[in-house]
Design a protein around this ligand. Structure first.
Ligand code: SF4
Ligand code: SF4
Length: 382
């Protein structure tokens, strides 16, 4: 793929927008790590720039660049090359296989949830390069996939809110058997594992698209991988087809409303909301559809916070080597939230919410959770 690094005019706009560059002096920034260094790289020589791993792949540099250069893509390719040529630390290997980790941990969820907050366990994890400055996510035995199959025995309604939301709007919802989108593997330098996941998902999703289904995502990072990296660096079969038929949940609901296909009625919901925009939503280039949707709720006061990266960036902040960078960015975001003095926090990304809830102490919600609270006659699925 041609990343057009030669179009870079060294204006440094991307550097001014790079959150990691602002807080970590060891990272030279997107211009130097991307187009500048690319001029001297050769596929025949090993990658030697260790600092390349400091980029969190937030992609703010790409959104900012006015000349169509893709510094984050250039850096990602070099991160992959670096990962192929060097021993990858244990933490990177663990997070690259996050899907399997999550699968096992959800089966033994009560035990994992009991052990991970213990000081002794945290010390052990630290030794292996895993950061514990924010609490680990809580695993659930009744994961979304299993709750679908075990319907009637679900204990927690919150996690199936998206399926129920779409179903209540009259849409037929299928949750196909699927694996991880591949982002954790890609972000941890294991492109082969990422491609395996992408190939498997692509086969399944393309089959549904051929039968007339649209693909909906809720996580903005997964969505970015499906729409940009499947046809790009992951070179998934039918990647273009998937990219063209995949939609952000709120973008999709909004479009159905604008086409008068659905006409939901919203009841007042009186709250002041700080809406943290995930970096990967900005990078998706679809605007902020959840904000446009939630503007229709009477009484809801939304303050959009788009200038800050939360710093967690998926597994990036869970590595000890990135802990300080991640925490500094988390604190900056927290200050912006506190300036708004909101009742609640909102973000489309579960990882952003984890980080910001930790630093601000304010409860975080997905936009869909707020949407269903306001939807008149909303009925959860049986
Ligand atoms: S992707 Fe984010 S962290 Fe990486 S260089 Fe671009 S702006 Fe900086
Ligand atoms: S990559 Fe784009 S924003 Fe960054 S220095 Fe080059 S032209 Fe400017």
């Amino acid at each position: 793929m041609d990343f057009d690094f030669q179009h870079c005019i060294r204006c440094t706009i991307c550097v001014a927008n790079c959150p990691v560059f602002k807080v970590n002096p060891e990272f030279p920034g997107p211009k130097q790590a991307g187009p500048d260094a690319e001029r001297f790289r050769s596929d025949h020589e090993a990658s030697i720039d260790k600092w390349i791993r400091l980029c969190s792949q937030c992609k703010r540099c790409e959104v900012a660049c006015p000349y169509g250069v893709n510094p984050a893509q250039i850096i990602l390719r070099e991160q992959v090359r670096y990962g192929e040529g060097h021993f990858r630390p244990l933490a990177s290997r663990v997070f690259a296989n996050n899907y399997w980790l999550g699968t096992v941990n959800s089966i033994i969820a009560p035990l994992v949830n009991m052990l991970t907050p213990l000081k002794f366990i945290k010390r052990v994890l630290n030794v292996f390069g895993i950061s514990t400055y924010i609490p680990f996510p809580q695993y659930r035995v009744h994961s979304m996939n299993r709750s679908w199959r075990w319907k009637g025995r679900r204990k927690n309604r919150k996690k199936v809110v998206v399926r129920d939301l779409l179903a209540s709007l009259g849409l037929r919802v299928i949750i196909p058997k699927q694996v991880c989108c591949g982002l954790p593997a890609l972000g941890n330098g294991d492109v082969e594992t990422a491609r395996k996941f992408a190939r498997k998902n692509a086969r399944i999703l393309a089959g549904y698209i051929d039968r007339g289904y649209d693909v909906i995502y809720t996580c903005t990072s997964c969505g970015l991988v499906l729409t940009q990296d499947y046809p790009g660096i992951l070179n998934a079969p039918d990647g273009k087809k998937i990219s063209e038929n995949t939609y952000n949940l709120h973008e999709y609901v909004l479009k159905l409303m604008e086409d008068h296909y659905i006409e939901p009625v919203f009841e007042p919901f009186h709250r002041k909301v700080a809406y943290h925009i995930p970096c990967h939503l900005r990078a998706s280039g679809i605007g902020y559809p959840a904000a446009r949707l939630l503007e229709k709720i009477p009484g809801l006061e939304i303050h959009i916070l788009e200038d800050n990266c939360c710093g967690l960036s998926g597994s990036y902040g869970f590595k000890r080597s990135n802990e300080e960078t991640s925490a500094k960015l988390g604190i900056t975001s927290e200050r912006a939230i506190k300036d708004v003095d909101p009742d609640i926090l909102m973000s489309d990304c579960g990882a952003c919410r984890m980080q910001l809830e930790h630093f601000s102490g304010i409860p975080g919600f997905d936009p869909s959770e707020i949407l269903v609270k306001s939807l008149k006659n909303f009925k959860a699925g049986k």
